[in-house]
Write a protein that binds this ligand. Structure first.
Ligand code: CA
Length: 220
């Protein structure tokens, strides 16, 4: 669903990977290891990783929140673009996936800029807010359970500085957002979330068809 951008055939995806991304050896190895897992569809596409890498550079992001780290592939793309004194707060609840992530971060020499929090992300985000970190973060990547997207977004918005960027994954959800037969909780949550953001004056919005739908929201 999201290991390659929606509607892209595999030949064009391969061309994009070859020509338009600069995946390091560690990133490529981690992607290959993740493909072996039954939940491999949760990994972002390489072209999305490359875009997120550039966005981190563009806004000179130092304080980054990642909500849904999985095997750490997206984290690694961002970490490789961040300065050595950056701090990435990575949230997940799957210790097995996190072990794979940790190994890749070590191998790439960026583990010291990533703080892994293995507990529900809302607890970690509320912890950051209680520590007085509202307005202190540059970028957030939301890619965890869809039913909590709105809660993750509202907290992330408070934690961002003005001009900070919130990236939200899977906002096209394999096309389910326009399939009226799909009434499951995750799909409904994404529909409601997308509708809300389309009217949200607190942000500048760009919904893109990168990966499985990547929404960019810049805090005003
Ligand atoms: Ca995802």
């Amino acid at each position: 669903m999201s290991t390659q951008s929606l509607g892209l055939d595999s030949a064009l995806a391969a061309y994009l990977l070859r020509t338009g991304t600069r995946e390091t050896e560690t990133l490529a190895k981690l992607r290959a290891e993740t493909v072996e897992r039954s939940d491999a569809h949760m990994q972002i596409a390489p072209e999305q990783g490359q875009l997120m890498h550039l966005l981190v550079e563009l806004i000179a992001a130092r304080n980054i929140l990642e909500i849904g780290t999985f095997t750490g592939y997206s984290t690694l793309w961002m970490a490789l673009a961040a300065p050595s004194d950056a701090r990435i707060v990575a949230c997940d609840v799957d210790p097995e996936a996190a072990a794979l992530a940790q190994r890749a971060w070590d191998e790439a020499g960026v583990a010291d800029r990533i703080e892994l929090h293995l507990r529900p992300a809302l607890e970690t985000l509320d912890g950051r807010l209680n520590e007085g970190e509202a307005g202190c973060h540059d970028l957030a990547f939301i890619d965890a359970d869809k039913e909590n997207y709105d809660a993750y977004y509202e907290r992330s918005l408070r934690l961002m500085r003005p001009g900070g960027l919130i990236l939200v994954d899977n906002t096209l959800w394999g096309g389910s957002v326009i399939d009226s037969a799909k009434r499951d909780a995750a799909t409904e949550a994404i529909r409601a979330f997308n509708a809300k953001l389309s009217q949200d004056e607190r942000i500048t919005l760009a919904m893109t068809p990168v990966g499985d739908g990547l929404t960019l929201a810049r805090k005003r």
